[in-house]
Design a protein around this ligand. Structure first.
Ligand code: APR
Length: 239
């Protein structure tokens, strides 16, 4: 049986594809007010502004490609049973070939009616549909006549996929974390569900606020860090 690897990714894994991170200097939250464009209250205050923000993100994504880190994560499936848990709303893990992906914070290329809210009962997946890299505007309605909204988990909303993410982390033999500042919960607390003796590798060029004897910090960007991680796995196999 193949060993299980759970991979938790954040904006840093897509940085080398030219997609801005959120909290680095020059990141998205330097240029936009997070409360305006990524919270449920912001949506009710000014939905047009929110739609514009995500229309721009979708356009950026159309011209981005997976980088060597996305490809290396997909390549792990050759030897391991891999679940990718991503906070990213881009589709670069899919386009790199990963087959099991949990999108904790939603997906940029999908939309749903605004009344299918992301509350405790979750939303009806049946109402979610793909618009690719297209735009949505005020007045664009679902088949049953309700304003469409991005299929994104905003601040102030529940995270319906967190339970399946916890299951994947608990089941993992190895946990790999790539490119996240671990500032946003519940995703930031996921590593605590790793088994008592499960090694945890964190690839990030900066310090991250996770302190645990199981953690090995690979202080590097995602692409080079993934090469180091592969070498560590090879060494473990040889032992
Ligand atoms: N390779 C690897 N890591 C990188 C790279 C790179 N090339 N460049 C930057 N990083 C690291 C940064 O050092 C930082 O630790 O990626 C991390 C990015 O952190 P954030 O910008 O906070 O992104 P993320 O952790 O994914 O944010 C979580 O917050 O507002 C939101 O919903 C949004 O999903 C997002 C969540």
């Amino acid at each position: 049986m193949k060993k299980k690897i759970a991979v938790l990714t954040g904006a840093g894994v897509s940085a080398e594809s030219g997609i801005s991170t959120f909290r680095d200097s020059g990141g998205l939250w330097d240029n936009y007010n997070v409360e305006d464009v990524a919270s449920i209250d912001g949506w009710y205050r000014n939905p047009g502004l929110v739609l514009d923000f995500y229309n721009t993100r979708r356009k950026e994504l159309a011209s981005a490609s997976p980088n060597a880190a996305h490809l290396a994560i997909a390549g792990l499936e050759k030897d391991y049973d891999v679940t990718v848990i991503t906070q990213n709303v881009d589709n670069l893990h899919e386009r790199a070939g990963s087959t099991r992906i949990i999108h904790l914070h939603g997906e940029l290329t999908k939309v749903r009616p605004e009344d299918s809210c992301n509350d405790r009962d979750g939303f009806s997946e049946a109402k979610v549909f793909d618009i690719g890299y297209g735009e949505i505007h005020l007045g664009d309605l679902s088949p049953d006549g309700v304003q469409l909204r991005p299929h994104i988990v905003w601040f102030g909303e529940a995270v319906p996929k967190i339970e399946s993410a916890i299951d994947a982390v608990e089941a993992a033999d190895i946990l790999l974390i790539v490119g996240t500042s671990l500032q946003v919960y519940p995703a930031a607390g996921l590593y605590r569900y790793a088994g008592r003796n499960t090694p945890i590798y964190i690839i990030d060029p900066k310090d991250v606020p996770a302190y645990d004897r199981r953690i090995t910090h690979i202080r590097n960007v995602a692409t080079a860090g993934m090469e180091e991680f592969r070498r560590i796995l090879e060494r473990q196999k040889a032992d």
